[in-house]
Design a protein around this ligand. Structure first.
Ligand code: SAM
Length: 200
């Protein structure tokens, strides 16, 4: 586990591997350019397992980019067709995730990669109020043993405030049911911060 040489998102992906099982259903609450969605898809699905990824974003542009990345990254036509059906894309605020996720779905992981779309409009970014609503929704639909994974960016206006909101949310989760931790680079004060909320 060489945290020092990894980006925050790589660290998150490494943790996901220990939680997600083939055939699981998971949510990418901020699909952006699609890198997390693709990583999640490869963890839930293979030739013999149909896991599902719900990929949400408030920007249509992000959903198009995610679709394109999936098309370019999956190798054969057959795999492409199978795997694309396993990703359900929704142009919706993540605070409304319960409106699109199947009622009886067992959600093992909800991933948030906060902030703005790299290469896009920096003003369209996650905001504390809706992030908190989405975290509450994630908490309601997660199965025991599941994980809420959050990468928080503090280098842009509003980022630190959002970090505080996420930390306050995490700090109020019950000790009996949750293990909450964050990984902070002490010598890089503006580095993105992965936060993991493990449900027991
Ligand atoms: N996970 C992405 C990837 O792998 O490329 C990167 C995500 S990017 C840092 C943050 C994304 O969150 C942006 O695409 C932005 O449009 C989206 N976003 C902002 N507010 C949102 C909201 N309320 N609900 C869902 N997505 C939101």
């Amino acid at each position: 586990f060489v945290f020092g040489k990894k980006r925050a998102t790589d660290v998150a992906h490494m943790v996901w591997k220990h939680i997600i099982q083939k055939g699981d259903t998971v949510i990418d609450a901020t699909c952006g350019n699609g890198f997390d969605t693709l990583a999640l898809l490869n963890l839930v699905a293979d030739d013999s397992h149909n896991g599902y990824v719900y990929a949400l974003d408030i920007q249509k542009d992000a959903l198009d980019k995610t679709s394109l990345l999936l098309e370019e990254s999956l190798n054969s036509n057959q795999v492409r067709t199978i795997k694309k059906q396993l990703v359900k894309l929704f142009n919706i605020c993540h605070s409304k995730m319960e409106e699109v996720v199947q009622r009886n779905a067992s959600i093992r992981l909800v991933a948030f990669n906060l902030g703005y779309l790299p290469g896009g409009d920096k003003e369209i970014k996650t905001r504390s109020e809706t992030t908190l609503m989405a975290l509450e929704a994630a908490k309601r639909i997660l199965i025991p043993g599941g994980l809420i994974s959050i990468v928080v960016y503090v280098g842009h206006p509003g980022g630190r405030e959002e970090l505080e909101a996420v930390e306050t949310f995490a700090a109020t989760l019950s000790v009996e049911n949750w293990i909450c931790c964050k990984l902070q680079m002490l010598n890089r004060p503006c580095a993105p911060i992965p936060i993991f909320l493990f449900q027991r």
